[in-house]
Design a protein around this ligand. Structure first.
Ligand code: ADP
Ligand code: MG
Length: 343
């Protein structure tokens, strides 16, 4: 097997909590707590979890925008720390696109000026060729060339997201972090943007980290999926295996929240709710992060932190961190809850 494009090893990202006029550090938020996973070149890993689970922090960490408190990231065989020292090396490899392109587009500049500025700053094409390259970028993301004359406010949400994608592509990166890029869009527009991203991936062999809280979207775009809760990985594996047989109660709960179009199936499903509040990342409990919200928690879950492992004869790449996931009764309850979310 070839080496993965992106490899995270025991990555932790912590933020200090400061209090008072002296801004003394009184604690820390463990936003990302020792996570490891790979992204193969030309593939997409879907990173899912509810708000506050550490998804964006992970994405920013991969781009060198959040300081790693521990662990390492390898980017196309090179250490992230070394890439960061070589100014400008990292942006040429990796780019970020996020939910609200409006916030990242200068309202006073036309789309053509915005894209042209990126090409100019990074000296990607000679000045005389910038106009032609902007036109090509607009073509690539399915926008009309006249869009170059427009300002961001004159565009729809979907068009603005296409501009944000064009701006990331301008640098010709190999890896793109897509952070909730379709979450704010209408469902019909979501599909168009997802199709565009998939076409671009195939044409250019792009590697994606696709961040979303919405499991139904991630299913369409991901080769494999990583489920995050409280800054830790609860489950990960190849997309089909994970959707066919979720191993972790949290994944099942996320799947049971995905609406099923067939009303008969919808009525027959056993709902698995995520109870209580998400964990406090500044005061993590011993044992399993998910214990307070888990319908299956036992005393062992309060004491011993479960490790990621496969079950039985299952695909060994599909792993989860749960003490009870091999128990037939738990298995059955989980598959009933996620039933129907699979089609
Ligand atoms: P998600 O993207 O899954 O919603 P985030 O990665 O944004 O989650 O946040 C994870 C945790 O880290 C949250 O508890 C959040 O409040 C905290 N956090 C994120 N960024 C910072 C920061 N710059 N300073 C302090 N805490 C932060
Ligand atoms: Mg986020």
């Amino acid at each position: 097997m070839s080496t993965p494009a992106i490899r995270l090893k025991d990555v932790s990202i912590r933020f200090p909590i400061r209090k008072g006029v002296l801004r003394r550090v009184v604690g820390e938020v463990r936003a990302v707590d020792s996570i490891s996973f790979d992204i193969n070149e030309g593939e997409t890993v879907g990173l899912v979890g509810e708000s506050g689970s550490g998804k964006s922090t992970t994405g920013r960490g991969l781009l060198g925008l959040s300081h790693l408190s521990g662990g390492t990231v390898e980017c196309f065989g090179q250490d992230l720390a070394a890439l960061k020292r070589d100014r400008g090396a990292l942006p040429r490899i990796s780019q970020l696109v996020f939910q609200d392109p409006y916030a990242s587009l200068n309202p006073r500049m036309t789309i053509g000026e915005t894209l042209g500025e990126v090409l100019h700053v990074h000296r990607l094409v000679p000045p005389a060729e910038i106009g032609a390259r902007v036109a090509k970028l607009l073509d690539d993301v399915g926008l009309r060339r006249e869009t170059a004359e427009r300002h961001p406010h004159a565009l729809s949400g979907g068009q603005r997201q296409r501009v944000a994608i064009a701006r990331a592509l301008a640098i010709e990166p190999k890896f793109i972090v897509l952070d909730e890029v379709v979450s704010a869009l209408d469902v019909s527009i979501q599909g168009q943007i997802v199709n565009l991203l998939q076409d671009l991936q195939r044409q250019r062999n792009l590697t994606y980290l696709f961040i979303t809280h919405d499991l139904s979207i991630v299913r369409h775009v991901s080769h494999s999926i990583v489920v995050l809760y409280g800054g830790q990985i609860m489950e990960m594996g190849p997309r089909d295996s994970l959707f066919a047989q979720p191993l972790h109660p949290y994944t099942s709960a996320l799947l049971s929240a995905v609406p099923v179009p067939d009303p008969r199936i919808e009525r027959a499903r056993a709902r698995l709710e995520v109870r209580s509040e998400p964990p406090d990342p500044s005061a993590p409990l011993p044992g399993c992060r998910f214990q307070r919200s888990c319908a299956f928690a036992i005393s062992r879950c309060q004491i011993e932190r479960p490790v990621l492992r496969p079950i039985g004869s299952h695909d060994s790449r599909h792993v989860a961190a749960c003490h009870r996931m091999d128990e037939p009764l738990v298995r059955e309850a989980l598959s009933r809850a996620s039933h129907g979310a699979l089609s």
